[in-house]
Design a protein around this ligand. Structure first.
Ligand code: LLP
Length: 426
């Protein structure tokens, strides 16, 4: 499958949306698109790659739009949440309790109580959190399954800012020096029944992810050995997300089928019976399913540099602007009617956002055909961690979102109104 929504398909989408009035060119200076067919295809590949009884959840932080979550649920995926807001979002969407996984290093007493009362699976980030859960369990009965997040300390991927399994990480229990305490806690709390880990997001190759998984399996063996006298075994291992995607049509990302096979083989080697596997992919499911169209408000052609000012900057592409060496989207140019501009006479452009700070620049020195005022820039592969990291800086409206499959196009979220913005700051 081509991971990249091809520019001709984008042209067709844009032309339809213009003609049917879904896009109003004067108001919709930035529009987010999401392709449900891509999500369906990714879901299928994921399910085929892993053992059949795996619970696959979608990391809600990657794409929290309710209409996307509804599809995620319809495709029989669960939801991984990392705050009470996300938890309430997925309950409202109708996910069943046993398909929800609650992670977060900052769960309050109230949040834990809410999750326990609703029988939601919780991955605890610390021993202190386990003690809180124990206290709450004295006051109510709950069927929540509880796991403990460990940091297997396998090292960083190529992007430090999204790597969470180095020697130090703010997440989980560092495995190397805390094995005895971990074993003690599993002995002490007989409701503790799983292990959770997440190595990092993008930049972590399959070897690193598999190394972490293997340390998790080894730990489970040791825990099972230690709780044998209690006549019980651990029930689940949650491997988090982290499979990298490609942001460039010429680059091949790790293959989900190979990754799934390696997980299956390793799992088999450890003979853990019918222990359940859980995944929490975000980027793999969503990144290639979205693109952003942003109108060129000004094209500044000077001898020494060319800068185009568009309407999507660090408010929606936060990492790309603040951490530019690590994120490389591809761009296309459409004219006013949505036709892809192609030319051999290209120029180098800085693609700058609308915000008031110097590094609100989405990409520098990008080779593009001549760009003119009123054209649109397509930013490819923006379905994960873009609008989910939306910033209210400068009080600009959150863009309209259009979802599509085949040739059905729908507004799945309206552009934010100025009244809503005023309400936010009131
Ligand atoms: N599970 C946990 C516990 C996570 O923290 C994450 C991502 C995932 C699963 C999903 O990882 P994925 O499959 O999407 O790689 N652009 C953002 C990315 C942060 C990722 C956060 N955690 C950023 O730069 O902050």
């Amino acid at each position: 499958m081509d991971h990249f929504i091809n520019p001709d398909r984008i042209t067709e989408t844009f032309a339809y949306c213009l003609k049917s009035g879904l896009i109003k060119p004067d108001d919709d200076t930035s529009i987010v698109f999401y392709d449900f067919d891509q999500l369906k295809q990714k879901t299928k590949l994921l399910k085929q790659a892993f053992p059949e009884n795996t619970l696959h959840t979608s990391a809600v932080k990657a794409n929290p739009l309710i209409k996307v979550l509804e599809k995620v649920k319809d495709f029989n995926l669960g939801a991984e949440v990392a705050s009470e807001g996300e938890l309430r979002l997925v309950i409202k969407t109708g996910f069943s309790n046993d398909n929800i996984v609650f992670d977060s290093p900052a769960k309050t007493f109230q949040e834990l109580e809410f999750a326990l009362r609703n029988n939601i699976r919780i991955n605890s980030d610390s021993f202190m959190e386990l003690d809180r859960i124990s206290k709450i369990k004295e006051t109510l009965s709950s069927n929540s399954k509880i796991g403990l997040r460990i940091n297997p300390q396998v090292g960083y991927g190529s992007i430090e800012a999204t790597s969470v399994a180095g020697e130090y990480s703010k997440f989980g229990i560092p495995l190397k020096n805390h094995l005895n305490e971990i074993l003690d806690y599993f002995l002490k709390y007989n409701w503790l029944s799983g292990i959770h880990m997440h190595i990092g997001s993008q930049g972590c190759n399959a070897d690193l992810l598999i190394n972490g998984f293997e340390l998790g399996l080894k730990l489970i063996k040791e825990i099972n050995q230690s709780i044998k006298n209690q006549d019980r075994k651990l029930e689940f291992i949650d491997i988090g997300g982290g499979l990298p995607v490609s942001y460039h049509h010429n680059l091949t990302p790790p293959d989900i089928k190979d990754y799934g096979n390696r997980i299956k083989n390793m799992f088999g080697l450890y003979e853990l019976g019918n222990m359940q596997l859980i995944t929490e992919f975000g980027r793999f499911l969503h990144a290639n399913s979205g693109f952003i169209l942003s109108k060129v408000e000004y094209a500044k052609h000077y001898n020494e540099s060319n800068t185009i000012i568009i309407h999507s900057g660090a408010d929606i592409l936060l990492r790309e602007c603040l951490n530019p060496g690590n994120w490389f989207h591809e761009f296309s140019v459409l004219n006013k009617e949505g036709k892809v501009k192609k030319s051999i006479n290209t120029k180098k452009y800085h693609i700058a956002g609308p915000l008031c700070f110097a590094n609100d620049i989405v990409a520098r020195n990008v080779e593009l055909p001549q760009v003119d005022e009123g054209d649109y820039i397509v930013i490819h592969d923006t379905g994960a961690y873009t609008f989910g990291m939306w910033s209210k800086y400068l009080s600009r409206p959150f863009p309209k979102v259009i979802g599509f499959d085949n040739s059905n196009y729908k507004i799945i979220r309206n552009r934010e109104s100025f009244d809503e913005i005023i309400k936010f700051w009131t």
